[in-house]
Design a protein around this ligand. Structure first.
Ligand code: CA
Length: 370
Protein backbone atom coordinates (compact mmCIF):
# COMPACT_ATOMS: atom_id res chain seq x y z
CA UNK A 1 0.00 0.00 0.00
CA UNK A 2 2.67 2.40 1.15
CA UNK A 3 4.73 1.36 -1.86
CA UNK A 4 1.82 2.00 -4.21
CA UNK A 5 1.22 5.47 -2.89
CA UNK A 6 4.89 6.30 -3.18
CA UNK A 7 4.99 4.99 -6.72
CA UNK A 8 1.96 7.08 -7.71
CA UNK A 9 3.53 10.15 -6.11
CA UNK A 10 6.77 9.53 -7.90
CA UNK A 11 5.06 9.08 -11.26
CA UNK A 12 2.91 12.15 -10.73
CA UNK A 13 5.95 14.17 -9.74
CA UNK A 14 7.90 13.07 -12.76
CA UNK A 15 5.00 13.81 -15.12
CA UNK A 16 4.61 17.24 -13.53
CA UNK A 17 8.33 17.88 -13.78
CA UNK A 18 8.40 16.94 -17.46
CA UNK A 19 5.37 19.10 -18.12
CA UNK A 20 6.78 22.07 -16.23
CA UNK A 21 10.08 21.68 -18.03
CA UNK A 22 8.64 21.62 -21.53
CA UNK A 23 6.39 24.54 -20.63
CA UNK A 24 9.32 26.56 -19.36
CA UNK A 25 11.51 25.86 -22.35
CA UNK A 26 8.85 26.70 -24.91
CA UNK A 27 8.89 30.24 -23.59
CA UNK A 28 12.65 30.56 -23.93
CA UNK A 29 14.27 32.34 -26.84
CA UNK A 30 16.39 30.41 -29.35
CA UNK A 31 19.38 32.41 -28.15
CA UNK A 32 18.91 31.21 -24.58
CA UNK A 33 18.54 27.58 -25.64
CA UNK A 34 21.69 27.84 -27.76
CA UNK A 35 23.64 29.47 -24.94
CA UNK A 36 22.71 26.62 -22.62
CA UNK A 37 23.66 24.00 -25.22
CA UNK A 38 27.03 25.64 -25.74
CA UNK A 39 27.57 25.91 -21.97
CA UNK A 40 26.99 22.17 -21.77
CA UNK A 41 23.60 22.65 -20.16
CA UNK A 42 22.61 19.03 -20.67
CA UNK A 43 20.55 16.71 -22.74
CA UNK A 44 17.19 18.48 -22.34
CA UNK A 45 18.59 21.65 -23.90
CA UNK A 46 20.13 19.71 -26.76
CA UNK A 47 16.80 18.00 -27.37
CA UNK A 48 14.99 21.34 -27.32
CA UNK A 49 17.49 22.83 -29.80
CA UNK A 50 17.06 19.79 -32.03
CA UNK A 51 13.28 20.14 -31.85
CA UNK A 52 13.56 23.79 -32.93
CA UNK A 53 16.05 22.94 -35.67
CA UNK A 54 18.68 25.31 -34.28
CA UNK A 55 22.19 25.17 -35.70
CA UNK A 56 23.66 25.09 -32.20
CA UNK A 57 22.19 21.67 -31.67
CA UNK A 58 25.22 19.49 -32.28
CA UNK A 59 27.84 19.93 -29.58
CA UNK A 60 29.98 17.19 -31.15
CA UNK A 61 33.37 17.92 -32.58
CA UNK A 62 34.59 15.54 -35.26
CA UNK A 63 38.29 15.59 -35.86
CA UNK A 64 39.57 12.06 -36.48
CA UNK A 65 37.88 12.04 -39.88
CA UNK A 66 40.39 14.61 -41.09
CA UNK A 67 43.41 12.69 -39.78
CA UNK A 68 43.68 10.22 -42.64
CA UNK A 69 45.61 7.13 -41.67
CA UNK A 70 45.42 7.85 -37.97
CA UNK A 71 43.64 5.59 -35.53
CA UNK A 72 45.23 7.25 -32.54
CA UNK A 73 42.60 7.51 -29.87
CA UNK A 74 41.98 5.34 -26.84
CA UNK A 75 44.63 3.02 -28.19
CA UNK A 76 44.42 -0.44 -26.68
CA UNK A 77 47.82 -2.04 -25.99
CA UNK A 78 48.37 -5.36 -27.80
CA UNK A 79 49.20 -8.13 -25.33
CA UNK A 80 52.57 -9.93 -25.69
CA UNK A 81 50.88 -13.27 -26.40
CA UNK A 82 49.34 -11.94 -29.63
CA UNK A 83 51.24 -12.95 -32.78
CA UNK A 84 52.38 -9.65 -34.30
CA UNK A 85 52.05 -11.03 -37.82
CA UNK A 86 48.30 -11.45 -37.47
CA UNK A 87 47.46 -8.56 -35.13
CA UNK A 88 44.50 -6.33 -35.94
CA UNK A 89 45.30 -3.07 -37.77
CA UNK A 90 42.91 -1.34 -35.34
CA UNK A 91 43.31 -1.55 -31.57
CA UNK A 92 40.90 0.96 -30.12
CA UNK A 93 38.12 1.40 -27.63
CA UNK A 94 35.60 4.23 -27.39
CA UNK A 95 32.98 4.46 -24.64
CA UNK A 96 31.71 7.82 -25.99
CA UNK A 97 31.81 9.32 -22.49
CA UNK A 98 33.37 12.61 -23.61
CA UNK A 99 30.81 13.10 -26.38
CA UNK A 100 33.40 13.50 -29.15
CA UNK A 101 32.97 11.65 -32.40
CA UNK A 102 36.35 10.25 -33.36
CA UNK A 103 35.21 8.08 -36.23
CA UNK A 104 34.62 8.71 -39.89
CA UNK A 105 31.00 8.87 -40.91
CA UNK A 106 29.28 8.38 -44.26
CA UNK A 107 29.38 11.58 -46.28
CA UNK A 108 28.91 12.84 -49.81
CA UNK A 109 31.43 11.23 -52.13
CA UNK A 110 31.95 9.13 -55.20
CA UNK A 111 28.77 7.09 -54.71
CA UNK A 112 27.00 8.87 -51.87
CA UNK A 113 24.68 11.83 -52.28
CA UNK A 114 22.21 13.77 -50.15
CA UNK A 115 24.37 13.45 -47.05
CA UNK A 116 23.12 15.09 -43.85
CA UNK A 117 26.76 15.21 -42.63
CA UNK A 118 27.15 14.69 -38.91
CA UNK A 119 23.44 15.16 -38.14
CA UNK A 120 22.58 11.43 -37.75
CA UNK A 121 25.09 10.98 -34.91
CA UNK A 122 24.17 12.38 -31.50
CA UNK A 123 25.52 11.72 -28.07
CA UNK A 124 22.88 11.07 -25.45
CA UNK A 125 22.83 10.17 -21.79
CA UNK A 126 20.94 7.52 -19.89
CA UNK A 127 19.54 8.33 -16.43
CA UNK A 128 22.53 6.48 -14.90
CA UNK A 129 24.86 9.01 -16.55
CA UNK A 130 26.19 6.71 -19.28
CA UNK A 131 26.78 8.42 -22.62
CA UNK A 132 26.01 6.54 -25.82
CA UNK A 133 25.84 7.32 -29.53
CA UNK A 134 22.40 7.63 -31.11
CA UNK A 135 22.41 6.93 -34.85
CA UNK A 136 19.43 7.76 -37.06
CA UNK A 137 18.69 6.83 -40.64
CA UNK A 138 16.06 8.80 -42.55
CA UNK A 139 14.54 8.41 -45.99
CA UNK A 140 17.11 9.34 -48.69
CA UNK A 141 19.94 10.12 -46.27
CA UNK A 142 23.29 9.19 -47.82
CA UNK A 143 21.68 7.57 -50.85
CA UNK A 144 23.78 5.27 -52.92
CA UNK A 145 23.74 2.64 -55.50
CA UNK A 146 20.62 1.91 -57.38
CA UNK A 147 19.51 -1.71 -57.11
CA UNK A 148 16.61 -3.95 -57.97
CA UNK A 149 15.42 -7.33 -56.75
CA UNK A 150 12.61 -9.59 -57.79
CA UNK A 151 9.68 -9.68 -55.41
CA UNK A 152 7.17 -12.43 -56.11
CA UNK A 153 4.48 -10.95 -53.84
CA UNK A 154 4.36 -7.84 -56.00
CA UNK A 155 5.10 -9.90 -59.11
CA UNK A 156 7.65 -7.46 -60.34
CA UNK A 157 10.96 -5.85 -59.70
CA UNK A 158 11.41 -3.71 -56.60
CA UNK A 159 13.65 -0.80 -57.31
CA UNK A 160 15.55 0.78 -54.46
CA UNK A 161 18.54 2.80 -53.43
CA UNK A 162 20.46 2.30 -50.23
CA UNK A 163 20.23 4.87 -47.45
CA UNK A 164 22.39 4.83 -44.36
CA UNK A 165 24.16 6.35 -41.38
CA UNK A 166 27.30 4.52 -40.26
CA UNK A 167 30.55 5.30 -38.47
CA UNK A 168 33.91 3.61 -38.93
CA UNK A 169 37.62 3.89 -38.16
CA UNK A 170 39.99 4.67 -41.02
CA UNK A 171 39.93 1.66 -43.39
CA UNK A 172 43.09 -0.46 -43.47
CA UNK A 173 44.49 -3.56 -45.18
CA UNK A 174 43.52 -6.53 -43.00
CA UNK A 175 44.42 -9.57 -45.06
CA UNK A 176 45.76 -12.49 -42.98
CA UNK A 177 44.83 -10.58 -39.82
CA UNK A 178 42.82 -11.62 -36.77
CA UNK A 179 40.35 -8.99 -35.66
CA UNK A 180 38.04 -9.06 -32.67
CA UNK A 181 35.50 -6.28 -32.50
CA UNK A 182 32.35 -5.56 -30.57
CA UNK A 183 29.81 -3.05 -29.37
CA UNK A 184 26.67 -2.64 -27.34
CA UNK A 185 23.47 -1.88 -29.21
CA UNK A 186 19.94 -0.98 -28.16
CA UNK A 187 16.77 -0.53 -30.17
CA UNK A 188 14.73 2.15 -28.41
CA UNK A 189 11.27 1.26 -27.13
CA UNK A 190 9.60 3.12 -29.99
CA UNK A 191 11.76 1.49 -32.68
CA UNK A 192 9.85 0.66 -35.86
CA UNK A 193 10.96 -2.42 -37.77
CA UNK A 194 10.40 -2.34 -41.53
CA UNK A 195 9.61 -5.05 -44.03
CA UNK A 196 13.01 -4.77 -45.67
CA UNK A 197 16.74 -5.14 -45.07
CA UNK A 198 18.24 -3.15 -42.19
CA UNK A 199 21.92 -3.87 -41.58
CA UNK A 200 23.40 -2.59 -38.32
CA UNK A 201 27.06 -3.64 -38.41
CA UNK A 202 29.49 -4.98 -41.01
CA UNK A 203 33.04 -6.10 -41.73
CA UNK A 204 33.80 -5.53 -45.40
CA UNK A 205 36.76 -6.51 -47.57
CA UNK A 206 37.10 -3.88 -50.32
CA UNK A 207 38.20 -4.62 -53.89
CA UNK A 208 38.50 -2.52 -57.03
CA UNK A 209 35.07 -2.45 -58.68
CA UNK A 210 33.67 -4.52 -55.80
CA UNK A 211 30.17 -5.85 -56.43
CA UNK A 212 29.91 -8.28 -53.53
CA UNK A 213 28.81 -7.84 -49.95
CA UNK A 214 30.62 -7.90 -46.61
CA UNK A 215 32.29 -10.98 -45.10
CA UNK A 216 30.18 -10.34 -42.04
CA UNK A 217 26.99 -8.41 -41.47
CA UNK A 218 24.20 -8.26 -38.92
CA UNK A 219 20.80 -7.45 -40.43
CA UNK A 220 17.11 -7.45 -39.68
CA UNK A 221 14.57 -8.50 -42.30
CA UNK A 222 10.79 -9.05 -42.38
CA UNK A 223 9.86 -6.41 -39.79
CA UNK A 224 12.56 -7.65 -37.45
CA UNK A 225 11.28 -11.21 -37.44
CA UNK A 226 14.46 -12.44 -39.11
CA UNK A 227 17.94 -11.73 -37.79
CA UNK A 228 20.55 -12.57 -40.42
CA UNK A 229 24.17 -13.16 -39.46
CA UNK A 230 26.70 -13.86 -42.20
CA UNK A 231 28.15 -12.74 -45.53
CA UNK A 232 30.41 -13.74 -48.41
CA UNK A 233 33.83 -15.37 -48.03
CA UNK A 234 34.94 -15.10 -51.64
CA UNK A 235 34.24 -15.17 -55.36
CA UNK A 236 35.02 -12.86 -58.23
CA UNK A 237 34.98 -9.48 -56.53
CA UNK A 238 34.10 -7.34 -59.54
CA UNK A 239 31.32 -9.45 -61.09
CA UNK A 240 27.68 -9.66 -60.06
CA UNK A 241 26.74 -12.27 -57.49
CA UNK A 242 25.30 -15.47 -58.90
CA UNK A 243 23.63 -18.32 -57.07
CA UNK A 244 26.52 -20.72 -57.71
CA UNK A 245 28.96 -18.36 -56.05
CA UNK A 246 26.57 -17.81 -53.16
CA UNK A 247 26.39 -21.57 -52.55
CA UNK A 248 30.16 -21.89 -52.70
CA UNK A 249 31.14 -18.87 -50.64
CA UNK A 250 28.08 -17.81 -48.62
CA UNK A 251 28.05 -18.16 -44.84
CA UNK A 252 24.73 -17.40 -43.19
CA UNK A 253 22.49 -18.19 -40.26
CA UNK A 254 18.94 -16.89 -39.96
CA UNK A 255 17.31 -16.62 -36.56
CA UNK A 256 13.52 -16.30 -36.62
CA UNK A 257 11.47 -14.67 -33.88
CA UNK A 258 8.96 -16.99 -32.21
CA UNK A 259 7.47 -16.50 -28.73
CA UNK A 260 10.12 -13.99 -27.63
CA UNK A 261 12.85 -16.39 -28.68
CA UNK A 262 14.99 -16.52 -31.78
CA UNK A 263 15.24 -19.95 -33.43
CA UNK A 264 17.86 -20.92 -35.95
CA UNK A 265 16.98 -22.07 -39.45
CA UNK A 266 19.08 -24.68 -41.28
CA UNK A 267 22.21 -23.03 -42.80
CA UNK A 268 21.56 -22.17 -46.44
CA UNK A 269 25.05 -22.38 -47.84
CA UNK A 270 28.28 -23.57 -46.21
CA UNK A 271 28.05 -25.31 -42.86
CA UNK A 272 27.88 -22.90 -39.94
CA UNK A 273 26.97 -23.83 -36.39
CA UNK A 274 25.15 -21.71 -33.87
CA UNK A 275 22.55 -21.97 -31.13
CA UNK A 276 19.17 -23.63 -31.64
CA UNK A 277 17.43 -20.82 -29.79
CA UNK A 278 18.20 -17.81 -27.62
CA UNK A 279 16.07 -15.16 -25.92
CA UNK A 280 15.24 -12.25 -28.18
CA UNK A 281 16.36 -8.88 -26.81
CA UNK A 282 13.29 -6.71 -26.07
CA UNK A 283 13.12 -3.13 -27.35
CA UNK A 284 14.70 -0.72 -24.90
CA UNK A 285 17.37 -3.16 -23.68
CA UNK A 286 21.08 -3.29 -24.47
CA UNK A 287 22.69 -6.35 -26.01
CA UNK A 288 26.39 -6.96 -26.68
CA UNK A 289 27.84 -8.37 -29.88
CA UNK A 290 31.41 -9.67 -30.10
CA UNK A 291 32.76 -10.67 -33.49
CA UNK A 292 35.98 -12.60 -34.15
CA UNK A 293 37.35 -12.74 -37.71
CA UNK A 294 40.45 -14.47 -39.03
CA UNK A 295 40.57 -12.90 -42.48
CA UNK A 296 42.55 -15.49 -44.43
CA UNK A 297 42.58 -17.73 -47.48
CA UNK A 298 43.75 -20.61 -45.28
CA UNK A 299 41.46 -23.27 -43.81
CA UNK A 300 42.11 -22.10 -40.27
CA UNK A 301 40.14 -18.91 -40.86
CA UNK A 302 37.01 -18.21 -38.82
CA UNK A 303 34.05 -15.94 -38.18
CA UNK A 304 32.64 -16.20 -34.67
CA UNK A 305 29.81 -14.11 -33.26
CA UNK A 306 28.87 -13.92 -29.60
CA UNK A 307 25.63 -12.30 -28.52
CA UNK A 308 25.70 -11.61 -24.79
CA UNK A 309 28.46 -14.22 -24.56
CA UNK A 310 26.49 -16.95 -26.37
CA UNK A 311 28.19 -18.25 -29.49
CA UNK A 312 25.41 -17.68 -32.06
CA UNK A 313 27.56 -18.02 -35.19
CA UNK A 314 30.59 -20.26 -35.64
CA UNK A 315 32.18 -20.71 -39.05
CA UNK A 316 35.57 -22.33 -39.61
CA UNK A 317 37.35 -22.19 -42.97
CA UNK A 318 38.63 -19.76 -45.57
CA UNK A 319 37.25 -16.23 -45.17
CA UNK A 320 39.23 -14.47 -47.87
CA UNK A 321 38.91 -16.54 -51.04
CA UNK A 322 38.65 -13.73 -53.57
CA UNK A 323 39.66 -13.13 -57.15
CA UNK A 324 40.23 -9.42 -57.58
CA UNK A 325 42.36 -6.47 -56.62
CA UNK A 326 42.16 -6.03 -52.84
CA UNK A 327 42.30 -2.54 -51.43
CA UNK A 328 41.41 -2.42 -47.73
CA UNK A 329 38.90 -3.56 -45.13
CA UNK A 330 36.48 -1.66 -42.96
CA UNK A 331 34.38 -2.17 -39.86
CA UNK A 332 31.21 -0.18 -39.43
CA UNK A 333 28.42 0.28 -36.92
CA UNK A 334 25.22 2.13 -37.76
CA UNK A 335 22.22 1.61 -40.00
CA UNK A 336 22.21 0.70 -43.69
CA UNK A 337 18.92 -0.13 -45.38
CA UNK A 338 17.10 -0.29 -48.68
CA UNK A 339 14.93 2.69 -49.49
CA UNK A 340 11.18 2.19 -49.74
CA UNK A 341 10.57 0.96 -53.32
CA UNK A 342 7.22 2.79 -53.37
CA UNK A 343 9.17 6.04 -53.00
CA UNK A 344 7.12 7.19 -50.01
CA UNK A 345 9.95 6.48 -47.61
CA UNK A 346 10.31 4.22 -44.61
CA UNK A 347 10.00 5.74 -41.14
CA UNK A 348 13.09 7.08 -39.37
CA UNK A 349 15.00 4.37 -37.54
CA UNK A 350 17.17 5.04 -34.52
CA UNK A 351 19.65 2.75 -32.78
CA UNK A 352 21.86 3.33 -29.76
CA UNK A 353 25.49 2.18 -29.72
CA UNK A 354 28.17 2.13 -27.04
CA UNK A 355 31.66 0.77 -26.29
CA UNK A 356 32.76 0.37 -29.90
CA UNK A 357 35.93 -1.70 -29.52
CA UNK A 358 38.33 -3.30 -32.01
CA UNK A 359 41.29 -5.37 -30.79
CA UNK A 360 43.47 -8.36 -31.70
CA UNK A 361 42.20 -11.07 -29.34
CA UNK A 362 39.06 -12.14 -27.53
CA UNK A 363 40.52 -11.87 -24.03
CA UNK A 364 41.16 -8.16 -24.54
CA UNK A 365 37.73 -7.63 -26.08
CA UNK A 366 36.13 -9.35 -23.07
CA UNK A 367 37.91 -6.89 -20.76
CA UNK A 368 36.10 -4.00 -22.44
CA UNK A 369 32.74 -5.58 -23.14
CA UNK A 370 31.94 -7.78 -20.11
CA1 CA B 1 29.30 4.93 -22.77
Amino acid sequence: MNYCIRLVCLLTASIMATHALSQDMSGWSDKTVCRLVKNNGGQKHIDEATRRGLSCKAPIKPYASTLTGSNGWEKVPIPDYVDKKTKSPWNIHDNFEDGRLRFNYINNGKNISNSPGIKPYKFKQDPDGNTYLEITVKHKWNTCCHGASFNSAQSGKREFYSERAEIYPVPSPAREKIIWYGFKVRLPKDFIHINDRVMFSQFFNGFKGMKKGPLFKLSYYDKGKRLLIGGDTGGVAHSDLDSGEKRKYGIQLDYYLRDKKRSRAVPKYKYVSGLLTFDATPLGEWTTYKVGIYNTKKDRGFVKVYKDNDLVFDYKGATFDWIGSYTESLIRIGLYRNSDPSGKGYPDQVMHYDDFTIVSDKQTLDKYLN
